[in-house]
Ligand binder design. Sequence first.
Ligand SMILES: Cc1cc2nc3c(=O)[nH]c(=O)nc-3n(C[C@H](O)[C@H](O)[C@H](O)COP(=O)(O)OP(=O)(O)OC[C@H]3O[C@@H](n4cnc5c(N)ncnc54)[C@H](O)[C@@H]3O)c2cc1C
Length: 489
Amino acid sequence: MPLSTHDVIIAGGGPTGLMLAGELALAGVDVAIVERRVNQEVEGSRASGLHPRAIELLDQRGIADRFVSQGDKHHVVLFAGVVLDASDRPTRHNYTLALWQAKIERGLADWISELAVPVYRGCEVTGSEQDDTGVTVRLDDTRMLESKFLVGCDGGRSLVRKTANIDFPGWDPAISYLIFEADMADEPALGMRHGEKGVYALGRLEDGKRVRGVVTEQELERGEPDSAALRAALVAAYGSDFGVHNVTWLSRFTDAARQAAAYRKGRILLAGDAAHVHSPVGGQGLNIGLQDAVNLGWKLAQVVRDISPDSLLDTYHAERHPVGAALLKNTLALTALNRGDARTSALREMMVGVMQMDALRRWYAAMMSSLDIRYDLGEGHGLLGRRMPDLDLVTGDGPTRVFAFLHDARPLLLNFGEPGSLDIVGRADRIKLIDAKLVGKCELPVIGVVEAPTAVLIRPDGHVVWVGEGSAKGLNEALGTWFGNATEA
Ligand SMILES: Cc1cc2nc3c(=O)[nH]c(=O)nc-3n(C[C@H](O)[C@H](O)[C@H](O)COP(=O)(O)OP(=O)(O)OC[C@H]3O[C@@H](n4cnc5c(N)ncnc54)[C@H](O)[C@@H]3O)c2cc1C
C-alpha cells in the first residue's frame, strides 16, 4: 500500500523543486515534494544572486518584492573578471540581485507553504518504477508513494536520473576548486586573481569579518576535502594560508560540464542541476533551474488535468535542452578564459577589449541574464517565442502592467486592438482575455524596438506563442496547440 498518492511528486526541494511545486500548486495540481534535508538550511553559501530573467519569473507570480527587498542591486555583468555596465537592459529588473541561496530557498519555501504544498522532509527517494498509468516512488524498502509523474529536481547527482537510465554525457573535469567559509588570523588578500589554473578569490561574508573563498587546487582532486587540502591550496595560490581556522564550510567543485541526454523519459522528468551541471562561473545554475521549473510547471499541469495531450511535455525537452546546452558551452568558455597562463591572459585581454563594444556588451549582458531566450516557434514577429516584456498597460480599471495578469499562472490573451474583437469561446475556463491599451514602446534585448502588436497570446511561463498583427489570423490554431481543445458550451 502506498503511503500516499499525488498527481506529481518532486524529488528534491532545492530552488528548482520549490519553484516547480509552486507552479503546479497554482495550477491546481496535487503536488508533493520529497526532500532529504530535515529543514531548508543550505550548507554553506552557494548561489549568490538572481539574474534579471529569474527576478522577472518571480515578478510574474507577484512575489519578486520579497526577494528584492532582501538583496543589493548591481547593474552590471562580469566578463572574465571585468565589470561591464548592464544598466541598459530593457527590463524593470535590469540588475543582478545579490542574495545568498539560503535566502532564495527560504523565500520559495515560504511561498509553497502558503500554497499548502506538502513536503515529506527527512525522506529520501531511493528508486522509482513507471508503467503506463503512473510512477511508484520508493522511499525505502517498505515505504512508497504513487503519482502520475515524478520530477527529479534532486541535484547534480540525481538518483532519479540514474534510476531512469538517462545518459549524462559531457566534459570530464580538468580543474578542482575548494570553496570555504572560515576565520583568518592574518589579513587576507581580498579580491579576485587569475592563477595558472584559473580564477580564485577571497571576500568577506555578510558579518564583515568571516571570509568566503574559492581557491584552485594544484592537481585535479575528487571526494571530500579536508583542512590540510585547504591550507595547501591557499599556500600554493597566495604563499600563505592567512592563519585559516574555524572552517565552518568546506566543499569541492570542478569544471565538469554534463547534461542529461533527455529531460523526459515517459512519466519521469528532470529539471535544474539534475538535468545539467557545470562550473559556477557566471552564477547561472540556480537561475536556469528556476526557468526549467517555470517552463515545465504549466505544461505538466495541463497534461495532469487532461487539458493537453502528453506530447505537450516533449516541448519541455525541445525548449529547455538547447538552453542547457548553451549554458554548458558558455561556462566552458568562461572557465577557459579565466586561466592565468600568458597565452590565455593575452586572449582574455583582447576579449575584454572586444566585449566593451556596445553591441557585444549588450549581447553578452542579455545572454547572462537569460533575457535573450527565444523558443523556436517558427518565423514571425520579433516577440514570437520570446518572453513578453512587462510593459505598461491601461485597462478599464486603470494603469497596470503585463505581469499583473500572470500572477495566477494562467494563459493570457492581451488584446490591444478594438475591445471585444477577440474571443476565447470554449476556453474561458483556462485562459484570461484582457482588453488593454499598450503604453510606450515594445523593446527587446539586443533586437531593439519591435513593432507594437495588436494582440499577444502569452503562456503562463511568460513566453509569447502568438502575435496579432492587425487580425486574429492563426489565433485559434495557437490556442489549440498550447491550451487544448475548446469545450462545448
Ligand atoms: C560554489 C557554488 C557557487 C554557485 N553560485 C551560483 C550563483 O551565483 N548563481 C547561480 O544561479 N547558481 C550558482 N550555483 C549553482 C546552484 O547552487 C545550483 O545550480 C542550484 O542549487 C540548483 O538547484 P536545484 O534545486 O536544481 O538542485 P539542488 O540545489 O542541488 O537541490 C537538490 C535538492 O534535492 C535533495 N535531494 C537530493 N537527492 C535526494 C533524494 N534522493 N531524495 C530526496 N531529496 C534529495 C537535496 O537535499 C537538495 O535539497 C553555485 C553552485 C556552487 C557549488
